[in-house]
Design a protein around this ligand. Structure first.
Ligand code: ADP
Ligand code: SF4
Length: 690
């Protein structure tokens, strides 16, 4: 019997190798790389197990002059790096997928902080990051060396077992792309000037990689066709297209996207639609006969089929969707489409790479935990001796905990005080730009509704007595947190003097749709993460004048790690929001507030009609404390009493989901695990002396 998704499961030839289907996990970072090769292999193995026809590595430095420390990417500096990468290709092959590796020389995008090597670029240039160094324009010997390093790395990649080897010109992160761009390349020799000259290095690396390994391995070209900078950068309609036309048949596969990383991995807040890259890349298949892969947060199987049928791509590329759900291909194949855990486009995965720590995902709490904790996104141990569990609070933590406990086979009672499930995830998803975040709730509620062993009680604001009366011996308390109204936060550790005459609005009021009718509203964002900026956009979107005050030197500084900060600050400026950066809130009176410059202490008075404080949260643990007191008096009443999520430690939604997941996994597990959620580490072997 055929079905409409069969086209996604057709094999596709890529040069000398054949992918078993059209699902292609494009290269993405994991924060593991050369430092954590077993964990890295396990991430990729999970994608292969989930059915991806091709599974790629992250970028792989080919030489110490391309040292991205402290971010642990992959390395192929010399032969000693081969065994770590072999772990990955073996793990991918074991699950019957093709293994791809993205070779990279990062040019002036590298840091070389560990190697202390000089930085290389087409022309002399300052580093784009705040690194107090300049890169030197490469001379002919440098270029010859680079070509040799790339050739050597390609040979090592084949020895390490990879089937597809990349030449990489994307995200403004590699030398090959830097040579293409006139603003970075003002050379007057055969590598500068005309497009043909600027593309010479790209052509040479493609030809030499093919020559070195092309009989056995496919050679893929990852190329950013548009920088989304208009005339100031490469445009798909101009040189982007001309380059693909020029080199159309040279690689065995074109993996095309937009640059820089913030455009390629745009968040749902700024690129809400799946397939947002299609307008830029759709020309590619018209100018090459080689297979094409493209991305754009593709999770909907119908859109995937239509992209193949309309001749836009041969492969459905995915980084984030494959992180949120490594089993997308298998779920589509088995008709379990409703079970797909859809990416919400929050870029928490990206933030981990930027912080140089192992990857994590809001939707998939097992991501990054495959090796070190042995977690599998689709499997969990069946229940032990206990029969029933009570979960109190249905925010992201309570929902995840309840869902996993139910999957294990316990009878789960889920009690929620409000009339709707979802807690902060449901509320925040009502704000401008965060609509996709409701997928955190939808996925879990759908799953819970499919199960016969779950009872859900809404409008059940449980007291400690009621918890005792219910008589369920295992209790997980996920009662969340509330925003402070006294101004304590990162900057001020004393309460902010307040006459009590000015209207105070709580963030939850806005999320519940209780908007003020007049302005200006002064938002004081001393949390400095994302919510203050979102609330400013939301009020402005609803026609309310906003004054945005923060002690930070920029709006929402934490969002640099999710690649959003520049967009957020631009959005607030474009919207006409008044910004008072580097100012703290000194006091609140009848007509407004007094602000102080965080550097000079100089005061200024600002008039406003109400104030919205986004500073810090208070844990809602009164219920837990009362139940705990009861348990101390009558220990036999409860076997398990555990505080989870924001009530245990306020953080991001990703942290709440993780906490709920871990509590469910560790329930009735080996007591050593409870010793406190330790994990395996990859310890450097001191014995071999290498
Ligand atoms: P988390 O991020 O840890 O999941 P949230 O704040 O999103 O936390 O969710 C906490 C949920 O707990 C909210 O939906 C809230 O209505 C609910 N809740 C708080 N106290 C109680 C209680 N005593 N009984 C039942 N539900 C509660
Ligand atoms: Fe998607 Fe967010 Fe998960 Fe990244 S962390 S894969 S953006 S849901």
């Amino acid at each position: 019997m055929t079905n409409k998704y069969d086209v996604l499961f057709e094999p596709v030839q890529i040069g000398p190798v054949t992918a078993k289907n059209r699902f292609y996990q494009v290269p993405h970072c994991t924060g593991m790389g050369y430092l954590r090769p077993r964990a890295e292999a396990a991430v990729r193995a999970m994608k292969a197990e989930g059915g991806w026809g091709v599974v790629s590595s992250q970028e792989t430095e080919i030489h110490p002059t391309s040292d991205l420390s402290p971010c642990p990417e992959n390395r192929l500096w010399d032969d000693r790096d081969i065994p770590a990468l072999r772990l990955m290709s073996d793990a991918i092959h074991e699950k019957d997928s093709l293994a791809a590796i993205q070779l990279a020389h990062n040019g002036y995008h590298a840091y070389n902080n560990a190697s202390r090597a000089p930085l290389l670029a087409p022309s002399d240039i300052s580093l784009h990051n705040l690194n107090p160094k300049q890169a030197r324009g490469m001379d002919k010997e440098d270029i010859r060396n680079l070509r040799k390093w790339h050739r050597d790395a390609a040979r090592r990649a084949r020895e390490a077992g990879f089937d597809i080897v990349y030449v990489y010109a994307g995200h403004c992160m590699t030398l090959v792309q830097h040579f293409l761009l006139p603003r970075l390349n003002d050379r007057t020799d055969e590598y500068g000037g005309s497009l043909e000259n600027r593309a010479r290095l790209m052509r040479e690396l493609l030809e030499e990689t093919k020559e070195e390994i092309g009989d056995d391995c496919a050679v893929a070209m990852r190329f950013a066709v548009d920088e989304m900078m208009g005339v100031d950068g490469m445009q798909a309609a101009e040189e982007g297209r001309a380059i693909v036309e020029m080199l159309a048949e040279l690689p065995d596969l074109w993996d095309v996207n937009v640059s820089d990383w913030s455009n390629d991995s745009a968040t749902s807040r700024f690129a809400p639609n799946e397939g947002y890259q299609t307008p830029y890349i759709e020309f590619v298949k018209q100018v090459t006969t080689k297979p094409v892969v493209a991305v754009g947060r593709l999770t909907s199987p119908d859109l995937m089929v239509s992209m193949v049928n309309r001749g836009i791509v041969d492969f459905i590329g995915a980084a984030r969707p494959s992180i949120a759900d490594p089993f997308i291909p298998n779920k589509i194949k088995e008709g379990r489409i409703e079970e797909i855990r859809e990416c919400i486009g929050c870029n928490i995965c990206v933030s981990a790479d930027n912080l140089a720590v192992p990857i994590r995902c809001t939707q998939n709490p097992t991501m990054g935990e495959e090796w070190r904790r042995g977690w599998h996104p689709e499997k969990i141990d069946p229940k032990g001796e206990e029969e029933a569990a009570l979960v109190i609070g249905a925010g992201p933590s309570g929902l995840e905990c309840a869902m996993q406990l139910a999957r294990r086979g316990y009878h789960v009672t889920l009690a929620e005080a409000s009339s709707e499930l979802g807690g902060r995830a449901r509320l925040e998803a009502k704000l401008t730009g965060l609509n996709a975040w409701k997928r955190v709730v939808d996925h879990r509620v759908y799953d819970l509704q499919q199960r016969g062993n779950v009872e859900i009680f809404l409008e059940s604001d449980l007291s400690a007595d009621q918890v005792v009366e219910l008589g369920i011996p295992n209790v997980f308390v996920a009662t969340g947190s509330s925003w402070r109204s006294d101004g304590l936060g990162r900057h001020s550790r004393t309460k902010i003097p307040n006459s009590g005459k000015l209207r105070l609005i709580a963030p939850d009021d806005i999320m519940l749709g209780k908007l003020p009718t007049d302005g200006p509203v002064l938002i004081y964002d001393d949390e400095q993460i994302y919510l203050g900026g979102v609330l400013a956009e939301h009020l402005n979107e609803n026609g309310i004048e906003v004054i945005f005050v923060t002690p930070a030197t920029m709006v929402s500084p934490w969002t640099e790690s999710t690649l959003e900060q520049g967009r957020i600050q631009k959005s607030l400026i474009d919207r006409g929001v008044t910004l008072r950066i580097s100012h703290s809130l000194q006091s609140i009176d009848e007509t407004g507030c007094t602000l102080g410059c965080v550097y000079s202490g100089k005061d200024q008075k600002v008039e406003c009609s109400s104030i919205l404080l986004v500073t810090e949260r208070v844990r809602n643990c009164t219920l837990f404390n009362e139940v705990e007191k009861f348990q101390e008096a009558k220990p036999e009443q409860f076997k398990t009493l555990k505080l989870i999520g924001d009530a245990a430690s306020p953080g991001l939604i990703v942290d709440a989901v993780f906490s709920g997941h871990m509590a469910a996994r560790h329930f009735e597990a080996d007591p050593d695990l409870e010793a406190d959620e330790y994990f395996q580490r990859e310890i450097i072997n001191l014995e071999d002396g290498s």
